[in-house]
Design a binder for this molecule. Structure first.
Ligand code: F6R
Length: 261
């Protein structure tokens, strides 16, 4: 896995946005996988800036979000659908019919999950998937113990995740304990993965996912098996990486490597 260490959150977000912009410039009808949470906010802000100031075009883009809380409708202000509308979709020129976020209110969850998987395939598969990482090493809502071959399904959230999310809800009993999430297997089928992490509270999970053994206890460690995965991290999130200096060395010298003529 390639590791790109940035001095600031803004720099990290801008580098990740550049990956997406480069993809859209070569493939305007790309399929993007998107994440919610505090980590990608800077990335979405930068994508909005690129759209408004540099004409980055989303008119042919299709998106699939990773996950949604069960029980929250798309208009609930803590739903991931609402989050995406507020922080990205309403600021860019993506057609609404090209947006996919798992439904938290589907009556038949199993049928919905199967449809979501088939819809991804129908759209040609995900070209680039954006990921955050939980403090317990999860990607999407694939909590510790999730099968590395898992598909889109309902997951019971780990206590740590529920505690991490509690700040967004006024009453503890309102914090959802179930989510509908793409599986690790679904995520691994994306052609490119970019995982973002900032702040010290992610340092341990980042180190375990990049340098630890591949394990269902840290589902982000599955990225080690992906042929094209990049971790964009800030200094704080990189602080427990034992090979930090090596990654910086690669980062400095890789741009000068011989390229095909
Ligand atoms: C959200 C998601 C989660 C988050 C993770 C980190 O769509 O898939 O895995 O990426 O919980 O959340 P933040 O960024 O809020 O620290």
């Amino acid at each position: 896995m390639e590791v790109i260490i940035s001095k600031t959150y803004e720099e990290m977000s801008a580098l990740a946005a550049r990956e997406i912009a480069n993809l859209l410039n070569t493939k305007p009808n790309a399929v993007l996988g998107l994440a919610t949470g505090s980590t990608p906010l800077g990335l979405y802000k930068e994508l909005v800036r690129l759209h408004k100031e540099e004409g980055l075009d989303f008119s042919q883009v299709t998106t699939f979000n990773l996950d949604e809380y069960v029980g929250l409708s798309h208009s609930h202000d803590q739903s991931y659908h609402y989050f995406m509308t507020e922080n990205l979709f309403k600021h860019i020129n993506i057609p609404v019919q090209n947006i996919h976020v798992p439904s938290g209110t589907a009556l038949n969850h199993l049928a919905f999950c199967q449809w979501y998987e088939s819809r991804i395939k129908e759209c040609g598969g995900i070209d680039l998937q954006v990921l955050g990482i939980g403090s317990d090493g999860h990607i999407a809502f694939n909590e510790p113990g999730s099968s590395l071959g898992s598909r889109t399904r309902i997951k019971t959230l780990a206590k740590q995740t529920i505690e991490d999310n509690a700040r967004f809800f006024s009453r503890p009993e309102d914090v959802p304990i179930y989510a509908i999430t793409m599986g690790v297997g679904t995520i691994m089928e994306a052609r490119k993965l970019i995982m973002l992490a900032n702040k010290k509270n992610k340092a341990k999970a980042v180190a375990l996912s990049i340098e630890g053994p591949v394990s269902c206890q840290i589902t982000a460690s599955a990225l080690q098996l992906h042929p094209d995965a990049i971790a964009f991290v800030d200094e704080a999130a990189a602080s427990e990486l034992s090979m930090r200096d090596y990654y910086l060395w690669i980062q400095k010298n890789k741009p000068g490597a011989p390229r095909p003529q």
